[in-house]
Each structure stands twice: as structure tokens, then as C-alpha cells.
Ligand binder design. Structure first.
Ligand SMILES: [Zn+2]
Length: 91
């Protein structure tokens, strides 16, 4: 007969700041509309350089003077680690 003992351990999710963590990534998307009310949806290329991504909004605005509204998306690596500090998930 085999016997197994399980132990429940609290875990925390925290930003992954390790040197080998994936890079933080940014992108901007135009929220402007054309004359027919269709969403523009143009997007910056996406990348690690926030300033370069932000600069794309001005480049897009230069060609579309009425497109003044943008959404920013950021992807940041997070890590689940054992422990009780920060936001925790209990099951
Ligand atoms: Zn646009």
C-alpha cells in the first residue's frame, strides 16, 4: 500500500525582477475613428522601449490630426512564489 501526504502552501504573485526575466513590453493603439465612425485601430510596433512606443502616437497624429485618443498596453512578467506576503491565492 502506498501512502502520500499533501501539504497546502500559500503562494504569492509578484513582479519577476530576475535578470533573466522576460522584458516588460509596451504598445499603443489608436482609439480614433474615421468619418464613418469605424475604429482606426492602428498600433505601434510594440517593444521594450516605452519612449519609442509613445513617440509612435505623435507620428500617427501627424498623419491623422483628429486621432488624439490612444490606449496603452503593458505586459510585465510576474512570478508565483511560495510565501504569504503580497497578494495571495488560497484554494
Ligand atoms: Zn488612428
Amino acid at each position: 500500500m502506498t501512502r502520500t501526504v499533501f501539504r497546502f502552501v500559500d503562494h504569492t504573485v509578484t513582479p519577476d525582477t530576475a535578470p533573466d526575466a522576460p522584458p516588460t513590453w509596451h504598445r499603443f493603439r489608436c482609439l480614433g475613428e474615421d468619418e464613418a465612425g469605424r475604429a482606426c485601430g492602428a498600433q505601434s510596433p510594440g517593444g521594450e522601449d516605452f519612449a519609442a512606443e509613445q513617440r509612435w502616437t505623435f507620428e500617427h497624429f501627424r498623419d491623422h490630426r483628429d486621432h488624439t485618443s490612444y490606449a496603452q498596453a503593458t505586459e510585465r512578467p510576474w512570478l508565483i512564489v511560495p510565501g504569504r506576503t503580497g497578494a495571495a491565492c488560497r484554494r
